[in-house]
Design a protein around this ligand. Structure first.
Ligand code: GDP
Length: 624
């Protein structure tokens, strides 16, 4: 497998971390250009990770991050809607037009440069296939520093020490995330954190590939994380490891034994068989495919693995150091939380005063409980930490407000004034008294603050002309339960546009009534933010009604016809709609992030520096 190593990954980097800005959406070809590596090398690399990619394939940010690492770069993925950090021309991510950022903008960071760090491993797989047992077995057999009698505490991640048989038995560490399952992996990915270097996928030899096995394989593939298959429970009667390998090939995972690239190891978590083999394989894959490195002298960052509020100790967060060295008493900010590290505790319950890359530690002293996947940063002092956390909290509040324009106070007041609760007029007919009562009761029990059923009449027997007349006169709907409508009534109903519905199953009838009730509710109008533009230059255009705001799209996109709120500093100076949109000399329907354009909003006098928040109103029908 070592031949899979990329010569480029060391040669060109001169031992310094080169940071390259990469747009959130980038094609393989553009990415290759960006890091100046032949596209074929990247395709080959992806194949070794089990991903078949074409030149025009769009790469996910995770894959970009991983590939960059492989080729000796640190990727700074510029999220769609975020201006490029170093002033490089921003890419039009949302428009699907991806312009590579000029490679000359690479930054060289860190003094000592990156050095090898322990690989970080996540164990995934189907429920009951033995993830927890395997994690426990590895931990108990191999905890770093046996001096402490193998006493470990669960902090969400642990490190073991392995004799590297391939390298004269030198001792090397491996970090395991001690939260089996996919939730932690996806939660972190959802927050853009990519701490896992290798995924060990556990498959029980007696059960074979199951739905969550496939899910795990897919998670790892989309994240660009190399896979090792641990075929577990080989001690069990009925274990059939060979069948597992065959099944893997059906899911595009080609075991090395079958000529592919994926390593497989047979283990028994309960009998502690094959554990050394698994650890050796982890080191092998780490060396050949990941080459995990980090700069212990860089500014420290870490990712939250888990966190909770402890009665005695306050906020306790387990973090995994990514870069740099985290020190006790550092001032830190983690999302909306901030503080000074009061104490730092390792996976054996010992207080430590520093933690290097890939080391998990518990930290005490945060102002609030952060989320798994949040990134920790060390800042100059507590004041800066607090400011940063507060500004993040206010961003989050704004975003929540924008997403939460459902029922405004105005709506509620309006509803109140209108006498509020709406009524669905219902005429109900059934086969016997008991059933009519039961249905009526069920319908009366549909509780909703804005709408209810009003029974115009209820009764036993066929739906007749009299019912239809009454429905037409009162604007009611007719519901029949276990009864039919007679012919004359059916004709009358068509003529009078009265809706008649017949049911034999009470739940279906209730659902139909709910649907009609929901139709009476006002739809929800939600604001959907589109993007943000900054006015760079106001100008007059011959024939245009008003002054055009020459603007730069800082985030998302803007669209003709969309609504706009204009802020000058903190003051809202105008609200209106985009009447005309121009890109260079042409009218445009939409203009995306990173471009300049002319925006005409009738009645608005643009000034340099104004911020235009552009949004659309989405109408959603409600349900009950
Ligand atoms: P998880 O849901 O994937 O975390 O699975 P667990 O670790 O909870 O294991 C599920 C069951 O399988 C437990 O009863 C374990 O004792 C059993 N188990 C796990 N590994 C092995 C093994 O290697 N051999 C046998 N015979 N049983 C195992």
């Amino acid at each position: 497998m070592p031949e899979g190593r990329d010569s480029k990954s060391n040669g060109a980097t001169q031992e310094a971390t080169k940071t390259v800005d990469v747009p959130a959406v980038v094609s393989l070809k553009d990415f290759a250009e960006l890091i100046q590596v032949p596209a074929a090398d990247i395709i080959r690399k992806l194949m070794s990770l089990g991903v078949l990619a074409s030149l025009n394939q769009k790469l996910s940010p995770e894959v970009v991050t991983r590939l960059a690492k492989n080729f000796g770069f640190t990727a700074n993925v510029i999220a769609a809607g975020t201006p490029a950090a170093v002033g490089a021309p921003a890419a039009a991510a949302t428009a699907g037009v991806v312009k590579p950022v000029v490679p000359g903008k690479m930054r060289v960071k860190g003094a000592g440069g990156p050095v090898p760090r322990p690989p970080v491993v996540t164990i995934m797989g189907h429920v009951d296939h033995g993830k927890t047992t395997l994690l426990d077995a590895i931990r108990n057999a191999k905890v770093v520093d046996s001096e402490f009698g193998g006493i470990t505490q669960h902090i969400g991640a642990y490190q073991v020490e392995v004799d590297d048989t391939a390298h004269d038995g030198i001792k090397r560490k491996v970090t395991f995330l001690d939260t089996p399952g996919h939730a932690a992996f996806t939660a972190m990915r959802a927050r853009g954190a990519q701490v896992t270097d290798i995924a060990v996928i556990v498959v029980a030899a007696d059960d074979g590939i199951m739905p969550q096995t496939v899910e795990a394989i897919n998670h790892a593939k989309t994240a660009g994380v190399p896979i090792i298959i641990a075929v577990n429970k080989i001690d069990k009667e009925g274990a059939n490891p060979e069948r597992v390998l065959t099944q893997l090939t059906e899911h595009d995972v080609m075991p090395e034994r079958y000529g592919g690239t994926v390593q497989t190891v047979e283990v028994s978590a309960t009998q502690k068989l094959g554990l050394d083999d698994l650890l050796d394989t982890i080191l092998l894959v780490a060396d050949a495919e990941v080459e995990p490195k980090a700069d212990p002298n860089a500014p420290a960052t870490a990712v939250v693995v888990e966190a909770q509020l402890d009665k005695g100790r306050g906020t306790v967060a387990t973090v995994l150091v990514e870069q740099g060295t985290l020190r006790a008493h550092d001032a830190i900010v983690v999302g909306e939380a901030h503080g000074r590290i009061r104490a730092m505790i390792n996976d054996r319950g010992q207080q430590v005063d520093r933690a290097t890359p890939s080391t998990p530690v518990e930290i005490l002293g945060l102002s609030r409980v952060p989320n798994a996947g949040d990134r920790l940063e060390v800042v100059k002092n507590e004041k800066v930490a607090r400011q940063r956390a507060e500004s993040k909290a206010s961003d989050v509040r704004d975003a929540r407000l924008a997403a939460n324009t459902r029922l405004t106070l105005e709506d509620i007041v309006k509803q109140y004034k209108e006498g509020a609760v709406k009524e669905l007029h219902v005429i109900l007919k059934g086969d016997v008294h008991g059933s009519v009562e039961a249905v009526q009761e069920a319908l009366e029990n549909i509780n909703h603050p804005e709408v209810k059923c009003n029974f115009i009449s209820t009764g036993v027997g066929t739906i007749g002309e009299a019912d239809v007349e009454q429905a037409a006169a009162t604007g009611s709907l007719i519901f029949g339960f276990n009864v039919r409508i007679d012919n004359a009534a059916a004709k009358a109903a068509v003529a009078a546009h009265v809706k008649v519905q017949e049911f034999n199953i009470i739940y279906n009838l209730i659902d139909a009534v709910k649907l009609s009730m929901a139709e009476l509710l006002d739809p929800i109008y939600e604001e959907v933010p589109l993007g943000e533009a900054e006015v760079r230059m106001p100008f007059k255009l011959p024939g245009a009604r008003g002054v055009v705001a020459g603007s730069y799209i800082k985030e998302g996109k803007v669209a003709r016809g969309a609504s706009v709120r204009v802020k000058r500093g903190k003051v809202l100076v105008h609200e209106g709609k985009i009447e005309q949109l121009r890109r260079e000399k042409d009218d445009a329907r939409e203009v995306a992030y990173g471009y300049e354009c002319g925006i005409l909003i009738p009645g608005y006098q643009p000034e340099v520096g104004d911020i235009l928040s552009v949004y659309e109103i989405k109408k959603t029908l409600r349900t009950i």
